[in-house]
Design a protein around this ligand. Structure first.
Ligand SMILES: NC(=O)c1ccc[n+]([C@@H]2O[C@H](COP(=O)([O-])OP(=O)(O)OC[C@H]3O[C@@H](n4cnc5c(N)ncnc54)[C@H](O)[C@@H]3O)[C@@H](O)[C@H]2O)c1
Length: 325
């Protein structure tokens, strides 16, 4: 029974990966369209110190945006900011500490951001981790669940009024949630979101990425119903050669290296879906989509379950101590 609960998610996750690699064997990364200048507009990119988050921060700065890189690696953050600001003409980047595994840190970050009196036009919930051995956060949550999903859930909710104020009809603020093809393998047990009964790092990662899609669709419904000038989309970058794979088992890591050279996307290619969702003119006013390789794509059947979306929202509010809306 235990073996099945651990093996099944592993097999499902690797099958998802295989499917993506076959797709990438035959399809090039989509080319970004010409993007408008975004001078004077403000973005937060979580996990923008390296990988796809860094490439996204760099590109948005080059479009003229003021980008706040929010992350838990101070040194990596200052190197990233220096690299971006060396070449940025009109835009700029800065680093602000945020540890998404700590609810207190999320509150502190938001308070600091509010105190600056800046508007907020784009929120990119990109930070993440994968295949971490069983571990709980300081608030007692399963690590993937908190870092990849719950921390971003709280961050988004605490910034929502600012996003609403900064958007306007015809120029909506945008929220982008970084999901993954692994969400197709995800299941969600509302009674055991922290995976106490049986831990599998593969299941935990897939669950967190599914939770992000459920969250995206539910929030978009709410925003549309209230006529708020904010949209929210989920994106899937494909398989991208980044430090995310550092926690793979030794054998899997050895096998991954030659495959990654040929079939994985580069961080800049992977980031293009985030940049597209954040800046493309053709996505003005468009929300509630799962974007993959530049196209609106069907996400898993489970992600469209409206009852599950609502239950997850309610439960998440309880877990982070927010009033239910
Ligand atoms: N690489 C892929 O193939 C792939 C595929 C699908 C989805 N993704 C997703 O893309 C996102 C970016 O990953 P990446 O591939 O660029 O990997 P990466 O490891 O290079 O980037 C992850 C970022 O998250 C930050 N981070 C980690 N823990 C944090 C914390 N506690 N608080 C704040 N920030 C934290 C890291 O510092 C880093 O900047 C992740 O959400 C990942 O799940 C990646």
């Amino acid at each position: 029974m235990w073996l099945l609960a651990v093996l099944l998610p592993l097999i499902r996750l690797y099958l998802c990966g295989l499917k993506v690699l076959v797709y990438q064997l035959f399809h090039r990364s989509f080319p970004l369209p010409v993007l408008p200048k975004l001078n004077g507009r403000v973005a937060i990119v979580t996990g923008g110190t390296r990988g796809m988050g860094f490439e996204t921060a760099r590109h948005l700065s080059s479009l003229g945006m003021h980008v706040i890189i929010a992350g838990n690696q101070r040194e990596e953050g200052s190197v990233a900011v220096r690299k971006i600001n060396e070449v940025a003409n009109e835009g700029k980047a800065e680093f602000v500490f945020l540890d998404l595994t700590s609810l207190k840190s999320v509150h502190t970050f938001v308070q600091m951001f509010r105190d600056r009196g800046l508007p907020l036009h784009v929120l990119i919930n990109n930070a993440g981790t994968m295949l971490v051995p069983e571990r709980t956060t300081e608030d007692g949550f399963e690590f993937h669940f908190c870092l990849n999903y719950l921390g971003h859930f709280l961050l988004t909710n605490l910034l929502l009024d600012l996003l609403k104020k900064s958007g306007q009809p015809g120029r909506c603020s945008r929220i982008i949630n970084m999901s993954s093809a692994t969400h197709y393998a995800g299941v969600l047990d509302l009674e055991d979101l922290n995976m106490r009964i049986c831990y599998s790092s593969h299941a935990a990662y897939s669950q967190s990425k599914l939770a992000l899609v459920l969250f995206t669709y539910f929030l978009q419904e709410q925003l549309a119903a209230s006529g708020s000038p904010v949209t929210v989309n989920a994106v899937d970058p494909g398989m991208v050669d980044t430090a995310l794979y550092d926690n793979l088992w030794t054998l899997a890591k050895m096998l991954k290296q030659p495959v990654a050279k040929v079939l994985f996307r580069s961080p800049a290619e992977g980031a293009s879906i985030l940049i597209y969702a954040a800046a493309a003119t053709e996505l003005e006013g468009v929300g509630g989509c799962y974007l993959y390789n530049g196209l609106k794509t069907q996400s898993s059947d489970l992600s469209y379950d409206a009852e599950l979306q609502a239950k997850l929202w309610k439960k998440s509010c309880e877990l982070v101590g927010l009033q239910k809306t």
